[in-house]
Design a protein around this ligand. Sequence first.
Ligand SMILES: C[S@@+](CC[C@H](N)C(=O)[O-])C[C@H]1O[C@@H](n2cnc3c(N)ncnc32)[C@H](O)[C@@H]1O
Length: 305
Amino acid sequence: MIDNSRATPIIKWAGGKTKVLKQLITKFPFELHYGKIRNYYEPFFGGGAVFFNIIQNYNIQNCVLSDVNEELMLFYNVVKKDPNKLLSFVEKYQSNYDRLTDSDKEKFYYEIRNTYNIERFNIDFNDYSYLFVPRAAQMLFLNKTCYNGLFRQNLRGEFNVPFGKNYKTNIVDKNNLYKVSKTLENVSLLCTDFQEICEKIEDRDSFVYLDPPYRPINKSARFTNYHMSNFIDNDQFRLAEIFKKLNEKNVKLMLNNSCSNTYDDSGVIENFYKDFQISYINTSSTMSSISSKRKKINELIITNY
Ligand SMILES: C[S@@+](CC[C@H](N)C(=O)[O-])C[C@H]1O[C@@H](n2cnc3c(N)ncnc32)[C@H](O)[C@@H]1O
C-alpha cells in the first residue's frame, strides 16, 4: 500500500524506485506481509523509496541502511539527528533564492556548489560534527536546483552537476522532513561497500533489498558514477556471489538490475542469477530529461523465493 500521508523520499536520486514501487511491492516476500520478517537491510540506499514503504507498513524491529556515498549518508545522519537545525539552514537558502532574479539564482547555485566542493576538505565523514548540518542543507539545496536532481562527482570528488534552471523550487517539505527524521530514529545508518554489510547478515528472519547501480545496457547508458568509484562488472559479479551466500543462509533477497536481453544477447546479469526467480518490471528511463527520449524499458527483479 502506498500512503501519501507517510514519510516519502526527501531527495531525488538517480535510479530512485518511487515510480515502480507498486510493482516492487507485489514481489515482496510473503513472510514480510505476515509479520515474519524482523530485520531489513538496504545496502544501496540512495533515495530510499523501498525503505520508506517497508518501515511504515511492516513489523520491522531492526533496520540497517547503507550506501557507499559518504555525502548521502552524511545527509541522512543530519536528517535523523538534527532536523530542526537543518531546517533553519534550508529556510535561509530558500528565502535567499526566492528573492533573486533568475540570472542571480544561477550565480547563487554556483556559489553554493563551489562552497560545497571546497568545504569537503574540512569534513571528517566518520565524525559527526557541527559542520555536517550546513553541508546537508547545501546538498539538499543543490539536489533541488541542479540539473535533473542528479548527484554526480568527478574523480576528484567534486560535485559537478550544472544548474537545472529550476527557478521556483520548494527545497524541502517541512512535514515530510520531520516524518523522515522519525522513521530514521531507530535505524542504523552506515557508509560502506555493500559487501561489508552483507557479510554480517546471519539472521533468517531477514529481508535484503539490493538495488545496485545498473549494468549499462549500451554505451550511451553509462550512468554508474553516483560516486567517485564506478560500479563495474567485477562489482556486479561480487554482488551475485554475495547473493548466493546470503541465499544459503535462508535470508530473503530481492534485487533489481537492468535487463540486457532486450538489447543484445549477452544476458550477463540474467546468467549470474540463472538459479533464481527472474521477473520483469516496466519502467521508462529517467536518464534523459526530454520526455520524448525516455524509452520504455524492462528491468529485472530477481528473488530467491
Ligand atoms: C540505483 S541507486 C539506489 C536507488 C535507491 N533504491 C532509490 O530508490 O533511490 C544505487 C546506489 O548504490 C550506491 N552504490 C554504488 N556503489 C556502491 C557500493 N560499492 N556499495 C554500496 N553502495 C553503492 C550509489 O551511491 C547509489 O546510491
